[in-house]
Design a protein around this ligand. Structure first.
Ligand code: CMP
Length: 227
């Protein structure tokens, strides 16, 4: 891919907002592009990490596994980055596993280039810090929810949150533009698949959501919030 095309893409990535065309041009050649098929593991928790990842298009899940049980920590889409922790924290390995949930086109920056770039750009460091603070807030909320909310409330809250993050207005409601299985939703919420299936059925019976083509459409947002 040409330098100009990468620059055009970087312009739309929040991490690089405030960067001039010349600055983006100077970093564009450092990115290596790779396309991964659905279900590919980019790295595993505990691996030595040497690359920073930026999603051009696709869908990536960040998760931790314990005794065959998985908890999903984050879902990343177009323009999101990950893999910075093992690069910023000296002597640490990957804190979680990254897997594509869709065919994904990804740009990678190697450790040395990432460090060089951070050293030369306070703007990038600030943007990185801002995004990291947002992720910390979300993680705090996840701890809160897992500690204080019952499973049903967590499922409802996560559907609401997904509708805020990925909702697209369609006729009859707000489409959560992600194909998630009940098991994947259970891993986000921290429960078992059967409970998710039960609550989703209840929400369909109460006409709060409909499910079309494995995707949830929230048809009554007010009711969802009330619950
Ligand atoms: P790293 O530890 O290098 O590899 C796993 C990546 O997942 C990590 O960098 C972050 O980019 C991302 N990550 C880990 N934990 C979270 C979290 N709680 N929320 C969002 N992203 C995370």
């Amino acid at each position: 891919m040409s330098k100009g095309t990468i620059t055009a893409l970087l312009k739309n990535v929040p991490l690089f907002e405030d960067f001039s065309e010349e600055e983006l041009d100077s970093i564009a050649p450092l990115f290596h592009e790779r396309t991964y098929k659905k279900g590919a593991f980019l790295f595993f928790e505990g691996d030595v990490g040497n690359e920073f990842y930026l999603i051009e298009s696709g869908f990536v899940k960040i998760s931790k596994l314990e005794d065959e049980k998985e908890i999903t920590l984050a879902l990343f889409r177009d323009g999101d980055f990950f893999g910075e922790m093992a690069l910023v924290q000296k002597g640490f390995t990957r804190s979680a596993t990254a897997e594509t949930l869709e065919r994904s086109k990804i740009y990678k920056l190697n450790r040395n280039d990432f460090h060089e770039f951070m050293l030369s750009s306070p703007k990038l460091c600030l943007n990185l810090l801002e995004v990291s603070m947002g992720r910390l807030r979300k993680a705090n909320e996840q701890i809160h929810d897992l500690t204080f909310l019952d499973v049903r409330s967590r499922i409802l809250k996560n559907i609401h949150r997904l509708s805020e993050d990925y909702g697209k207005p369609v006729q009859g409601g707000l489409l959560i533009d992600l194909k998630l299985t009940h098991q994947q939703l259970a891993n986000i919420v921290g429960t078992v698949r059967e409970t998710v299936t039960k609550v989703l059925q209840e929400l369909q019976d109460r006409k709060v959501i409909v499910i079309e083509n494995k995707r949830i459409i929230v048809t009554n947002l007010e009711k969802l919030k009330q619950y």
